[in-house]
Design a binder for this molecule. Structure first.
Ligand SMILES: [Zn+2]
Length: 167
């Protein structure tokens, strides 16, 4: 039971707990996957808060789905769809995602209390473009603008890392 009580976010899902137990045998701990803005770098945390406030003022509900992930959690995510079952969800190994360096977060816009994952219908695409614009207006980079590995949910600020990932 120690792994559960040690988790800083309190209670966690059973499957996550099992996965963390399995991985702790390999990596020796870690597996932090946070949705809290306070786990981001203070500058990015402030930008994220501004972003959410501005979206709300424009009548758009936005849910934060991910902020900081440690390197073990990133490696586990990378394994999904490769050495582990599931769909491939990332191209970044541990250390090669800005989430690992506390300067990126993922969101999904809500409509009538439901997350809108679809980006294809004109109405939904418009909603994603609006939140992308709001993110950029507070100084964030939006991965929805990227030509390769485009990711509508992903926002980041990497100015403090001009030479790329620290490791
Ligand atoms: Zn992301």
């Amino acid at each position: 039971m120690q792994e559960i009580t040690e988790c800083k976010n309190g209670l966690i899902g059973f499957s996550y707990w099992v996965a963390s137990l399995i991985l702790s045998n390999i990596h020796g701990g870690g597996m932090i996957s946070s949705r809290k803005l306070s786990d981001l770098h203070p500058t990015v945390s402030k930008m994220a808060a501004d972003f959410l406030a501005k979206a709300e003022s424009e009548g758009i509900d936005v849910l934060v789905t991910s902020t900081y992930r440690d390197i073990d959690a990133q490696d586990a995510l990378y394994a999904q769809g490769r050495s582990k079952p599931g769909k491939i969800v990332t191209n970044a190994r541990g250390g090669k995602s800005w989430h690992n360096w506390r300067v990126a977060f993922d969101v999904v816009p809500m409509r009538n209390g439901k997350p809108i994952w679809d980006t294809k219908t004109p109405e939904n695409f418009e909603l994603w473009k609006r939140i992308g614009g709001i993110g950029k207006s507070v100084g964030l980079e939006w991965a929805g603008d990227w030509k390769t590995f485009r990711e509508y949910p992903h926002f980041q600020r990497t100015k403090d890392y001009p030479n790329g990932f620290p490791r």
